[in-house]
Design a protein around this ligand. Structure first.
Ligand code: ADP
Ligand code: MG
Length: 260
C-alpha cells in the first residue's frame, strides 16, 4: 500500500517543486517505488523530472476528468528513477471544469487507488494556492510536507495552510496530518533566518524535520537540464541535504505507519 504526501504551501517560490522532485529522486535511490504527481499547471515538476510538458498527452488533466487512467497517463522520469503523472497548462482549465462535476474534490483519490499497490510513496506537487487542485491532493494524502523559508512572515503564512488542512481533516480526509515542516533555501549566516528557524522549532517541535536544505545554486540549475538536483550534481551541498532528507522522510514514514 502506498503512502501519499502533498508538498504544499500556498505561497509561490518557496521550494515546493524543488522539494518534490528531489525527494522523489532521493527516495528512488533508497529503493522506494515512487510516483510524482504534478498538480501545478506550470508543469515545473514535470519538466524538472525530464518529461517534456509540451508533448504530454494525456496528462493529469485527463486523469482528473476521468477520461484516462493513471496507468495510461504516467511516464517514467528518464533521469529520476520514478514515475511522473505530469501536468501542463491544460490543467488550469480543470479548475473551472471540475466545479460543476460530482466528487470534484475526490477525483485524484479515485484515480490513484488503482495504482496503490504499485508504489511505496506518491508525492504530489501542489500549486501555490488553496484551490480545487490542492484540495484534490489533500483529499487523498496521508500527510503534508510544508517547505518553508525562514523569513519574517513565514509563520504568518503558515496559519492559512494549517486552517485549510484542519478543514480537510474534519470534512473529507480524517487521515490528513502535517508530517513535517522542511526548512529550505537556508542561509545560516543570516541572523534572521537562524532566529526564525529557532522559533519554528519552539513552536512546532519535532514536526520540524531535522534536515535543513541550504541555498545552493546547483539545485536551481538542475531543472534546466531536466534533472533532479540529486542526480545533476550528487555531491553538491544541496543534493546531499536532499538525500539526507529522503532518509529522514523514509524513516519517519516507516515509523509512523509501520503497523498500519
Ligand atoms: P515553488 O514550487 O514553491 O514555486 P520552486 O521549487 O520552484 O518553488 O523554487 C523557486 C525557485 O527557487 C526556483 O527557481 C528554484 O530553482 C529555486 N530554489 C529552490 N530551492 C532552492 C535552494 N535550496 N537553493 C537555491 N535555489 C533554490
Ligand atoms: Mg512549484
Amino acid at each position: 500500500m502506498s503512502r501519499v504526501f502533498c508538498v504544499a504551501n500556498q505561497k509561490g517560490g518557496v521550494g515546493k517543486t524543488t522539494t518534490t522532485v528531489n525527494l522523489a529522486a532521493g527516495l528512488a535511490r533508497l529503493g522506494r517505488r515512487v510516483l510524482l504527481v504534478d498538480l501545478d499547471p506550470q508543469g515545473n515538476a514535470t519538466m524538472g523530472s525530464g518529461v517534456d510538458k509540451r508533448s504530454l498527452d494525456p496528462s493529469v488533466y485527463d486523469v482528473l476528468l476521468e477520461s484516462v487512467s493513471v496507468a495510461e497517463a504516467r511516464r517514467p522520469s528518464p533521469t529520476g528513477g520514478y514515475d511522473v503523472l505530469g501536468a501542463n497548462r491544460e490543467l488550469a482549465g480543470a479548475e473551472i471544469e471540475l466545479v460543476g462535476l460530482e466528487r470534484r474534490n475526490m477525483r485524484l483519490q479515485g484515480a490513484l487507488a488503482a495504482v496503490d499497490s504499485q508504489y511505496d510513496m506518491i508525492l504530489i506537487d501542489c500549486p501555490p494556492s488553496l484551490s480545487l487542485l490542492t484540495l484534490n491532493g489533500l483529499a487523498c494524502a496521508h500527510g503534508v510536507v510544508v517547505p518553508m523559508q525562514c523569513e519574517y512572515f513565514a509563520l504568518e503564512g503558515l496559519s492559512d495552510l494549517v486552517n485549510t488542512i484542519k478543514q480537510v481533516h474534519a470534512n473529507i480526509n480524517p487521515a490528513l496530518e502535517v508530517i513535517g515542516i522542511l526548512r529550505v533555501m537556508f542561509d545560516a549566516r543570516i541572523t534572521l533566518q537562524a532566529q526564525v528557524s529557532e522559533q519554528l522549532k519552539a513552536h512546532f517541535g519535532d514536526r520540524v524535520f531535522d534536515t535543513v536544505i541550504p541555498r545552493n545554486v546547483r539545485l536551481a540549475e538542475a531543472p534546466s537540464y531536466g534533472m533532479p538536483g540529486v542526480v545533476f550534481d550528487a555531491s553538491s551541498k544541496g543534493a546531499l541535504a536532499f538525500l539526507e532528507f529522503a532518509r529522514e522522510m523514509a524513516a519517519r514514514v516507516d515509523g509512523r505507519y509501520a503497523a498500519a
